[in-house]
Design a protein around this ligand. Structure first.
Ligand code: OAD
Length: 234
């Protein structure tokens, strides 16, 4: 049976594709207030601004390509059972060929009626639709009459996929973390569910705060770090 690798990724894995990270200098949250464009409160106050922000993200994504790090992660599937658990809302892992991707924070290319996928309906994704790189505007309504909203986990909302992610990390023989500042919970705590004997690798050029003596930090950008990681597996 193949060994299992759980790969936990953040914005850093997509940085070399040209998508900015959130919290680095000049990152997205330097230019936009997440409480305005990516929070439950922001959506309630000014949904038009939120829709515009994600229209922009979608347009940027259309013109972005996966990089070698995404591809090397996808190629791990040749020898391992790989579960990618990403905080990213981009689709670059899928476009690089990864076949098992859990999007903890939602997906930029999907929308849903604003009154669905919540604690009342058990977070059912039945009404989620894939709009690709199209725009959504105020007044674009679903057949049930509700405004369409981005299929994104806004700040202040539950993270329904976290339980599945915990199971996958706990089942892994190797845990690999790539390009995340580990500042946003519950995603940031996921690596703590790694089995005691599972090695944990971290690829990030910065000093990420991670408190586990097992962590092997490959202090490089994602493409170089992935090359080194693949070499270590041999
Ligand atoms: P952050 O912007 O917080 O962190 C990005 C990480 O990537 C940092 O640790 C950087 O050092 C690292 N990094 C930068 N360039 C890199 C490169 N070329 N290769 C590898 N690593 C690099 O992004 P996340 O941790 O992903 O949520 O942020 C978590 C969540 O906060 C996001 O999913 C988003 C945001 O608010 C939502 O929008 C719901």
């Amino acid at each position: 049976m193949k060994q299992r690798i759980a790969v936990l990724t953040g914005a850093g894995v997509s940085a070399e594709s040209g998508l900015g990270t959130y919290r680095d200098n000049g990152g997205l949250w330097d230019n936009y207030d997440p409480m305005v464009v990516a929070s439950a409160e922001g959506w309630a106050r000014n949904p038009g601004l939120v829709l515009d922000f994600y229209n922009m993200q979608r347009a940027k994504l259309r013109d972005t390509r996966p990089n070698e790090a995404h591809r090397l992660i996808a190629q791990l599937e040749e020898r391992y059972t790989v579960d990618v658990i990403t905080q990213n809302v981009d689709n670059l892992h899928e476009r690089a060929g990864s076949t098992h991707v859990v999007h903890l924070h939602g997906e930029a290319t999907k929308v849903r009626p604003e009154n669905t996928c919540n604690d009342y309906d058990g977070f059912s994704e039945k009404y989620v639709i894939d709009i690709g790189y199209d725009e959504v505007h105020l007044g674009d309504k679903a057949p049930n009459g509700a405004q369409y909203r981005p299929h994104i986990v806004f700040f202040g909302e539950a993270v329904p996929k976290i339980e599945r992610a915990v199971e996958l990390v706990a089942a892994a023989d190797i845990v690999l973390i790539v390009g995340t500042s580990l500042q946003v919970y519950p995603a940031a705590g996921l690596y703590r569910y790694a089995r005691p004997e599972a090695p944990i690798y971290l690829i990030d050029p910065a000093d990420v705060q991670i408190f586990d003596s097992r962590v092997h930090h490959i202090k490089r950008v994602a493409t170089e770090g992935m090359r080194e990681f693949v070499g270590l597996l041999k």
